[in-house]
Design a binder for this molecule. Sequence first.
Ligand SMILES: [Zn+2]
Length: 126
Amino acid sequence: MNFKINIEKDIIDLIKIYNNYQFEVGGMIFGTKIFNKYVLKTLSLKKGESVSINFSMKDRIIYQLPEKQKIIGTWHLHPMQYKARPSITDLNQWKKWKKKYIHIICTKNDFKIFDSKGECLYEHNF
Ligand SMILES: [Zn+2]
């Protein structure tokens, strides 16, 4: 399938901020989707399950979503990985989301966007 992906600057800025975390965090991607054209506008933040670190209240960033944005996928960090690549767990989870969702995996060096089957749709090197 031919995807068109447009990433707004806020997304890159947020990824750079969230990328300072040394453990897996992630959340949802919000934006618009018309047919196969995705516009990524903002991210929500959720801490990983297997992490023993305390967040302060100010870390709990909650976005007031502008109208007409919807969830178009998920994102999470792979802080120990050099090149973004989905794990078996990721691929199994992605199968459970809507097929049309896209998924960002972000390492210290790059982030990639994958479709639900794990095919890379977009690559960005820092
Ligand atoms: Zn993962």
